[in-house]
Design a protein around this ligand. Sequence first.
Ligand code: ADP
Ligand code: ZN
Length: 216
Amino acid sequence: MITVFLGPPGSGKGTQAKRLSSIRNWPQLSTGDMLRQAISDGSELGKRANEFISVGALVPDDVVIGLIRERIKADDCRQGFILDGFPRTLKQAEELDQMLSRQGRRISAAALFEIEDAELVRRLSGRRTCSGCGAMFHVESLRPRVDGVCDQCGGKLIQRADDNETVIRKRLEVYSNQTLPLVQFYRAQNKLFPVDARRSPEIVLGDLTQQLKAFA
Ligand code: ADP
Ligand code: ZN
């Protein structure tokens, strides 16, 4: 089963994709994670991507489409996968449908994570991410046992460079302008279902797994 997670930055797509991925046999395909990996590797791709990411803009379509095109060929994607943060533009969504249909596959469902902007800014500006394993914490609502240290792996917690208020506002604006049209795109294909993303991660996961059954 191929599922798309759609929703603004900070709505919990990554958290849910990780959880769902560990209970089903579906890898989490996050273009954001792939790009950050390229940046920390210091590759040419990473350098190019960072110019966009650091200001809250989208990385060019051809770059992320190339990443996904290669990734979905891997063996572990045969049972299905979760797309987290891709597609983010109509062009990406259309190319994705085409590359899947060439393989005789298609997207089953698109979950739309719904939450208001004020809560997104609160979540993102207080977010801390583990530099070791990617686990996420929050300075107020999900504090680690020891300040600055990951509960899971002992890694150092950092604030993502794009999790500052100016860049957050820009990312939200880019989401409204470039990504929101995908809601209509997937609705027209009868694949869209909304998820109330204001609730706790446990409740959201339960709701997601329940609603996905209707699309399997
Ligand atoms: P968030 O959902 O919290 O904004 P991500 O980790 O998904 O975070 O993405 C971080 C940044 O990486 C985005 O702001 C954008 O610059 C870039 N990026 C990730 N996925 C895509 C994509 N599909 N298309 C274009 N740019 C992307
Ligand atoms: Zn960690």
